[in-house]
Every structure is written in C-alpha cells, then in structure tokens.
Design a protein around this ligand. Structure first.
Ligand code: GLN
Length: 483
C-alpha cells in the first residue's frame, strides 16, 4: 500500500479497496519502523491523523469524492499547525505551538488530507543539505551517507522512502526542486503569489513560495490544486483563477518550444549530469518538442545577488524572535540586552546567525546602496533575461543541480561551496517564476533532476510537460533499496 501514488490512492479509496484509516495506520507503522534511519520527521501527529482519516472515510461514505479526500501527507515544519509544535527546525521554536493553521494547512485539511506529521528541515529553511536542523541531519534514502538536499530534506526523504505519497515544502532558492532532484522526486515551486504564505514562517518574504513534493507530476498537480489560490490574508497573494491542473496533464507536446540556456553547460556542471540532461532533451524531442539554444547572460550574478537579498530579508524577519514574544528564552537574564543576546545566541544555530549578520550588514547605513540596492538591480536584470527568453520559447530546460547529492558533512566547513550548488534554482526565485524538477536518471546510484521553468502562472504547462515525459520514461518509478 505504501507504494501507491496520490492518484492511485484516490482511485483505491473511491473503489473502496481500502479506507483512509487503514492506509493511515499502514503508513504510521512504516514511519515508526523506518524513519529512525532517515530522521525525516520532527513530529508525528498520529492522533490527528487517525481522526482526520476517519472523518475522510465518513465524508466518502456520504458521497464526497475529492482527489485529496483521505490522502495522507505531511507538512514541512514551517507551516503553522494549530496546537502542534511548529519548530522551523530550530531550537528557537522547539517549544512553539502555533495558535492557528497556515492557509496551506487549512486548505488541505478542508480538502480532506490526513496530516501524518511535520517534516524535518534546515533551520529556518536556510540550507541545501538539511544538515542545519536543530533536530539533526536528514539522510538520503538512496544512500544513507549522503544528504537529501535542503531545506525541505525531511519532506523529500520521507516521500522518496515511501513513508507517504506526498508532502508540502517551500522554495526560497531551490528548496523544493533541489531535494526533489537529490531524492528522485518531482517537485514544483509555483509562481510567487500563487500559494498563500500566510502562516508559513518567513525566511525571505520576497522569494519564499510553498509547493508540492511528490513522486509524479500527476501527484504534484493534485497537491498543488489543494494549495493554490488567492488569500486575502497574504498581501502578496495574487487573485488569479486556479486552473484544473489534472485536466491539463494530457496536452500534446507537439511544437512545444524548449529553450536550453548555453550558460547552463559551463564548467562546474558534472559532465555525467550534462549527459543525462541531453537524454531528457532527446526524450522530449521524440514527443514533438523543438529545441532552441537561448542565453541568460546575467545568470553569473544571481548567486551573489541572492546571498545578499535572502539574508537581508531574513535578518529583518528573524528579528521577531527576541526571547520575549516567541520561542526560546535564556535562563535568568540580567537585563533586556542580556535577554536578547543570550536568547538569540542560544536559540539560533551557526548558519542562521551567519545569515543574520550578513543581512544586517548589507542593510546597514553606508552599505545599503553598495550591497542591497545593487543586488535588487541584478535581480531585475535576471528577470529581464527570462522575459526576453520567454518571447522565443515556452519552457526553459536544464539541470536542477550541478552535482548529485554530496556526502554528509562534505560542505560543512565551507558555506560558500554549498551556496554555489544553488546556481540553477535561485534565478527562478529572484524572478518569481514557476519551476519544476523531475527525475532524469542516476549518477553513481544517486538521482539526478532535470529542471523546467515557465512564464508566470504556467504551472500547468510545467506539469503537462513533466507528465508526458513521465509517461515515456521510468526514472520516477525507481525505489531506493531498503525502502
Ligand atoms: N539553499 C538556499 C538557501 O540556503 C535555498 C533555501 C531555500 O530554498 N529555502 O538560502
């Protein structure tokens, strides 16, 4: 039963082959048995899950039949869940029980999903390896000595190990697409404003976006359907109708114009990944797509710009964690300054402290123009590159990551080496564009992802291309040994 996709679960529940309660019990037992190897969960919510599963079974018995009704999922532990610990992977929020549900959580609950738990993540979503969590590193089910990617590494490892069919995640600079690539999943970062950020603990507000992690494009379509839509509580949410994503999966790719940026294939890309990307291009050509070389000339500036903007916004967002209003408070503070200093010093881990310092520096008087303003100008250039490219092509294709998943600890002493691994994903966040990563093969037994980018609000196009690709390839069906 644990091998079923969301689409198969919906059919099985509709045909009364099993109940949501039965499925939920199977998956909870599997998590208890297998997760100690992976550390993909921070909290399990068994009671809530069984309650929601029973309620979904009653709704189905009464004639309801939604695709998510009775579907077991988990939420990345930065989506607020009422009365349940919402830790953001940090000691700072270890004792924080959210007083309300994030919009994503309440929308999915209303659609009938069953919440199995909250998944592990890099502290405050900062990272590309899921090693910065206060709850310990997450392991990659394809090789337990390797990282699963980050920051949504818990969601990715759990879905890849078939502990559950799909999970929510967030992507500020690649944290849905990169762990999807590292664990052989399909992951979609929607257009900025497509999915509500209300109740999603902020890292970098102008870049953060929630989205689905699942095994197939079809399942991403199902989960995104339950997450997307206008939310008056989020002032950056956009009031744009949500299409029927599942209905759009079967469009033909005949004549689809795919742009392949020449800058993607420079030094730094593992040549074995380059070969797999070429194979995926050939596969899409067989389905009727037309390939065109394009250029994204400002791509080289994206990493420095992102690593100014994201920390700048983080330094501001994280100022609310002061030991007074939320989370960790130091013992016996001598005075207010001591309370702030020690609460924050004890509550935040080293990577979070590094980002706060970089961000506060970049925003300080005298440096603002040189760093933050400059980075914002580069951001506009990156966006303009995409706008020019999308005049000529329908989607842009390339690798999701320059390398496969690295060994645990391999980049711990060199944060910049880890930042460089985000080269292919961060541009979509800077521009606010939707992006998807899907399985494209293996290097040394580790999964490789191919990334597709599309114009604003063309999530449906990405899902359509990925679904057609997956009907003709079987990379996404491979299961890690031992799971
Ligand atoms: N690796 C990037 C960072 O550390 C992206 C993280 C994310 O998307 N949340 O900022």
């Amino acid at each position: 039963m644990h091998q079923l996709t969301l689409a198969e679960i919906a059919r099985g529940l509709a045909d009364k082959k099993f109940s949501s309660e039965e499925l939920t019990k199977v998956l909870l037992a599997r998590i208890t048995q297998l997760d100690p190897q992976l550390n993909s969960f921070i909290s399990l919510t068994e009671e809530l899950a069984l309650e929601q599963a029973k309620a979904a079974d009653v709704r189905r018995a009464n004639g309801e039949n939604g695709a998510l009704l009775g579907a077991p999922i988990a939420h990345k532990d930065l989506f607020c869940t009422q009365g349940i610990r919402t830790s953001c992977g940090s000691k700072m929020l270890d004792n924080f029980k959210a007083p309300y549900d994030a919009t994503v959580v309440s929308k999915l609950a209303a659609a009938g999903t069953v919440t199995l738990g909250k998944t592990n993540m890099d502290e405050f979503a900062m990272g590309s390896a899921n090693e910065s969590s206060w709850y310990g590193a997450v392991k990659n089910p394809w090789n337990l000595e390797h990282v699963p990617g980050g920051s949504s590494g818990g969601s990715a490892a759990a879905v890849a190990a078939r502990l559950l069919p799909a999970a929510t995640a967030t992507d500020t600079g690649g944290s849905i697409r990169q762990p999807a690539a590292f664990t052989n999943l399909t992951g979609l970062k929607p257009t900025y404003g497509r999915v509500s950020r209300w109740g999603m603990i902020a890292y970098a507000s102008s870049l953060d976006q929630g989205g689905p992690l699942a095994r197939t494009a079809e399942d991403c379509a199902i989960l995104l359907q339950g997450m997307a839509g206008f939310d008056p509580n989020d002032s950056t949410s956009i009031d744009e109708p949500v299409p029927d994503y599942a209905a759009g999966l079967n469009g033909s790719l005949q004549g689809l114009r795919i742009g392949v940026p020449k800058e993607y294939f420079g030094a730094g890309l593992d040549p074995r990944i380059a070969d797999l990307i070429q194979n995926s291009i050939k596969e899409l050509q067989k389905l009727g797509a037309v390939i065109k070389e394009i250029s994204l000339p400002n791509m080289q500036h994206a990493i420095p710009a992102y690593y100014v903007i994201a920390p700048a916004e983080a330094s501001s967002n994280l100022s609310r964690f002061d030991g007074v209003r939320f989370g960790h408070r130091c013992a016996d503070p001598k005075n207010l300054e001591d309370l702030y200093k020690r609460s924050r010093g004890e509550g935040f881990g080293p990577e979070v402290q590094r980002r706060i310092m970089v961000g506060a520096y970049a925003l300080s008087a005298g440096y603002y123009d040189a760093y933050y303003l400059k980075a914002q100008k580069i951001r506009r250039l990156v966006k303009n590159d995409f706008m020019t490219a999308f005049n000529e092509v329908d989607v842009i294709l390339g690798p999701t990551t320059p390398n496969p998943a690295w060994k645990l600890g391999a980049k711990n002493s060199d944060p910049v080496a880890a930042y460089l691994e985000d080269v292919y994903t961060i541009t979509a966040n800077l521009a606010g564009l939707p992006g998807l990563s899907m399985p494209a093969g293996f290097v040394d037994g580790l999964p490789v992802g191919v990334q597709l980018l599309a114009p604003y609000f063309q999530e449906g196009r990405l899902l359509n291309v990925a679904h057609q690709y997956q009907l003709n390839t079987d990379w996404h069906t491979r299961t890690p040994t031992g799971f």
